[in-house]
Ligand binder design. Sequence first.
Ligand code: ASP
Length: 295
Amino acid sequence: MSDRPDYALAIHGGAGPKPGRDYSAVEHHLSTLIGEGEAMLKAGASAVDTVEQMVRELELSGLYVAGRGAASNAQGYVELDAAIMDGARMQAGAIAAARDLINPVEGARAVLEHTPHILLAGEGADLFCAEHKLARVDDPAIWYRLPVGVEVDETKTDELAHGTVGAVAMDQQGRLAAATSTGGLFGKRAGRVGDTPLIGIGNWADQDVCVSCTGLGEYFILGGVARDVAARMRYGGQSLKDACQGALDEVARLGGDGGLTAINSRGEIVTEFNSNGLKTAYVTAGSAPVTRIFS
Ligand code: ASP
């Protein structure tokens, strides 16, 4: 008999929290949401549906740099990136530099379900999402809001404020999935795409592990992070913890920082960061949920 738990779920709201700021609204939101996600998995929802729903809620909240809280670029408008991967089917979908979707993760899921492609970008992504009648922002000036922990002056400095949301899950059938969504960096150049929608970089799921990353995307791209975690486990025989730590050490060696959440096929959860903190909550069947920001 396997001793793996019935299910496991971890969600995150980015690795950019700043010490001294008030994240109580985020803490409350993550605690509530992890309970909703646990209820889905307990009721038999699939991992891929659960991570999509978690990211949808994180996007809608406006508390994080994704969806409603997304960053506007140097040209003054928002471009959104999102990805989702179903490890059981080995299928993925993603959108990059898409405009004014209420839930970018729905665009990623639609690419997974309804195209032979994996990543649609820019105007092509917008056209595809319109064809699939995905909900769009009516008035960007009213819809978008500054996420918790980011101050107005920080949206215009060289030190680019950033954030992401994500979820990883193992369902009762042992299937793994990951979803990640971001507005990227405040003040980024139009057309800049980070790690989040790149499968194997900011987001990955196979039959061994699912991973969702956050941090300055350029370094995560250079480190090939999410697939690096999977490769360290598969070819290097590393534990989930060592693989996550090793991949993040490589990001640090390249000059970046950030964090990730991951679950393996035994239902073990790792949330790891080398930045100031990681806004995260996680739960395993039979254990009490945990929410944490800095510790
Ligand atoms: N990884 C995201 C990006 O570079 C930002 C973040 O996670 O904070 O677009």
